[in-house]
Design a protein around this ligand. Structure first.
Ligand SMILES: [Zn+2]
Ligand SMILES: [Zn+2]
Length: 393
């Protein structure tokens, strides 16, 4: 932007964020204390909408036929940037992925960037994206399908982790449920009249164990039995399992899928139980990190005194999946990680949940929010980049 000093805009955004920092931390802690599962995040989405409405955003709740999805918009500039908020928890272990931090951070980034949106030439949308943890047909995937990201030129969010990472290896993933139906019988008196649905799962798990020799080192197969039978003296007639398969890309994933499904079919064949696979139809895609936006985020984060440690071979090993990957294949996006000094605790452990309301977590919230707001300003002030982004849609 000609005649506008990016530093002045960044100072103004920083001041704005400073004024609301305490509220954001309280918001993060409140969401942490009231964990809600995917698509059930009623309180969290309401609190985020209220905070954004109070800050002058125009808020539309329940968008795209999802009661807990929302969009909050501010500014009228030509470059339209989305900041994604997540706020679902994990079953049993609460906010062990730190989505309480993401939620408050994205709201903070949106409010700070909105303070200077018109001067910078920005429109800011904070998009509330439910159910990131569900693994299939999640919030961002349905929002993308239903026009929730229409008109957006670039998207970003920052995820809490043990340490800062600029471009996490984010791989494709697909969650599905397997259901076997056999036939009950007295397990001692008349076992020959039963069809054992638990045996079907045992055979499938054995076959998957053997399959591991024949998959790529970058593939992943993991799951749980969610129903294994009701009583040891009744032949189990109904069993269920939930599995996630992953590959470096959607292409790799779709090559792995039939191999894994065949293992489940083997269980059905061996036991005589009927098999049904539910879900798996709307997988998470790999992430394409936009390198120019990543570079801006890196500089802004380092300006706040944060460092991106060299993780060596572990940097490639710590692959995870998110529906932000699906966004990134359609819209230039970033999804860096921000450290909350949790080690040895890592994401998806109850110990990590405990770390998501510490001083380091609160600091990450504030730093991530400011780094995102500054990155949005830098994107608007870099005419070559903003022209590329605006030409994209
Ligand atoms: Zn997670
Ligand atoms: Zn997460």
């Amino acid at each position: 932007m000609l005649g506008i000093d990016a530093m002045d805009l960044k100072d103004a955004a920083k001041k704005k964020l400073g004024a609301i920092e305490e509220n954001l931390i309280a918001l993060s802690h409140r969401i942490h204390a009231h964990p809600e599962l995917g698509f059930e995040e009623k309180q969290a989405s309401q609190w985020l909408c209220d905070t954004l409405a109070d800050a002058g955003f125009s808020v539309e709740a329940g968008i795209c036929d999802m009661p807990t999805a929302f969009v909050a918009r501010a500014g009228k500039g030509p470059l339209h940037i989305a900041i994604c908020a997540e706020y679902d928890c994990l079953p049993g272990i609460g906010h062990a992925c730190g989505h309480n931090i993401i939620a408050a951070m994205s709201v903070g980034a949106g409010i700070a960037a909105a303070r200077v949106a018109d001067e910078a030439g920005l429109t800011i949308s904070v998009i509330g994206t439910p159910a990131e943890e569900v693994g299939n047909a999640s919030g961002k995937i349905l929002l993308l399908e239903r026009g929730g990201f229409e008109g957006i030129h670039a998207a970003m969010m920052v995820h809490p982790a043990p340490f800062d990472v600029i471009a996490l290896p984010i791989i494709a993933a697909s969650m599905f449920e397997v259901r076997y139906t056999g036939k009950e019988a007295h397990a001692s008196a008349f076992p020959e009249l039963g069809i054992n649905a638990a045996d079907a799962l045992t055979v499938a798990q054995t076959a998957i164990g053997l399959l591991r020799q024949h998959i790529r080192p970058t593939d992943r197969i993991h799951g749980i039995v969610t129903k294994g039978g009701d009583a040891p003296n009744v032949i189990p007639a109904h069993t269920e399992a939930r599995y996630i398969i992953r590959g470096e890309t959607l292409k790799d994933l779709e090559e792995l899928r039939p191999k894994v499904y065949r293992c489940f079919e083997a269980g059905a064949l061996a036991s005589g139980a009927a098999m049904e696979i539910v879900g798996g139809d709307k997988p998470y895609a790999e992430m394409r990190h936009d390198s120019a936006i990543s570079e801006l985020y890196r500089k802004n984060t380092e300006a706040l005194g944060r460092k991106f440690p060299d993780l060596g071979p572990m940097g490639r090993r710590v692959a995870a999946s998110t529906d932000m990957g699906n966004v990134s294949l359609r819209i230039p996006s970033i999804h860096p990680a921000i450290g909350i000094e949790s080690l040895p605790a890592v994401n998806h452990q109850p110990e990590f949940a405990a770390h998501c309301i510490t001083e380091a977590a609160d600091k990450a919230l504030a730093d991530g929010a400011l780094a995102m707001a500054w990155t949005a300003i830098d994107m608007a002030c870099d005419s070559a980049l903003s022209e590329r982004l605006m030409a994209h849609t």
